[in-house]
Design a protein around this ligand. Structure first.
Ligand SMILES: Cc1ncc(COP(=O)(O)O)c(C=O)c1O
Length: 311
């Protein structure tokens, strides 16, 4: 992976290689951490952090769901992220804040372990590849079901929960596919290993509802708004597996992957096998929104003030 110079760790900027934890860190053993994946884009105004407040808000909600009080205010973490991007002199980056139970207490009762916070930023290209964004990816429906709300908290972005995505990702990779699609506990379509999913049928966009065990994606919210602004009908409802195969278009959305068309699922070609017109229309407006080129969505960007360099 690409590196940056500095990481924000418990209130201090430290060198990338010095951002270390003890091997008995609680979160390392029991997965007691919550995190976010955020991106900043190069815009004419400076690095623009996409829906920064919404991501931080989800971080605080994930932490609360796991009884983890964050020892900083949301504004403090927002300012820390701005400071970090400026100090690393990045115009565009991925941002990974993580809140986790630290060193000091072992055993499953976590409430006496300290809560630590780190923020890392680094340059990270398209997660499923530029090629995938342009031409679509091949996906496989996983034999692993998405975690359900009767055993974990799909709405929380919690570290331990990602073992579910990791198993699905490995399975799809070993089978020669670029992404995994997980079904929910009832056998309906849920989401990708790190992305929400959408099917286009008869000109309408269908996406699984909150009750399907999805992570309530920030990009999902954004795409539903853009789809509405472009005049498309969006339906949130359970989606049968075969509806994916029968769809005219399928696409995924997530911070790491962005908007990615799916051209094949379980060796069934989707539509023409190329990104469809609705996917492409959404992709174009979404890309403009991310880069601050569409007036309608400028308030989604939290612009970092970068001090001008002395010449
Ligand atoms: C499991 C899962 N679902 C969906 C998403 C999409 O969420 P977002 O659009 O907020 O990045 C992600 C990525 O964070 C994810 O990890």
């Amino acid at each position: 992976m690409e590196q940056a110079d500095l990481i924000w760790h418990n209130g201090e900027l430290v060198a990338w290689e010095d951002a270390k934890v003890h091997v008995l860190t609680h979160g390392l053993h029991y997965g007691t951490g919550v995190f976010e994946g955020i991106r900043a884009y190069d815009t004419a105004q400076g690095p623009g952090i996409f829906r920064h407040h919404d991501h931080l808000d989800r971080l605080y909600k994930s932490a609360e769901l796991y009884y983890m009080p964050i020892p900083y205010t949301l504004d403090e973490l927002r300012s820390a992220t701005h400071e970090l991007i400026a100090a690393n002199e990045l115009r565009e980056c991925y941002i990974r804040p993580i809140v986790f139970r630290g060193y000091g207490q072992m055993g499953l009762f976590p409430l006496d372990a300290p809560v630590e916070v780190s923020i890392a930023v680094w340059p990270w290209g398209a997660y499923l590849g530029e090629e995938g964004k342009l031409h679509g990816v091949r996906a496989k429906v996983s034999s692993w079901r998405r975690i359900s709300s009767d055993s974990l908290i799909p709405h929380a972005k919690a570290s331990g929960q990602y073992l579910n995505s990791v198993l699905a990702k490995i399975e799809s990779h070993k089978a020669g596919y670029e992404e995994a699609i997980l079904l929910d506990a009832h056998g309906f379509v849920c989401e990708g290993s790190g992305e929400n999913i959408y099917a286009v049928r008869d000109g309408r966009i269908i996406t699984p509802p909150q009750t399907a065990g999805i992570l309530d994606g920030i990009n999902r919210k954004s795409l539903l708004r853009i789809a509405h602004d472009l005049g498309y009908e969006v339906i949130e409802r359970d989606l049968a597996r075969a509806e994916l195969y029968l769809a005219d278009e399928v696409f995924l959305s997530g911070t790491a992957a962005e908007l990615v068309p799916v051209r094949e699922i379980d060796d069934h070609q989707i539509g023409t096998g190329r990104p469809g017109p609705i996917t492409q229309a959404l992709q174009a407006v979404f890309d403009d929104a991310l880069h601050g080129r569409d007036e309608r969505y400028l308030d989604w960007l939290d612009v970092v003030k970068v001090p001008s360099k002395a010449t």
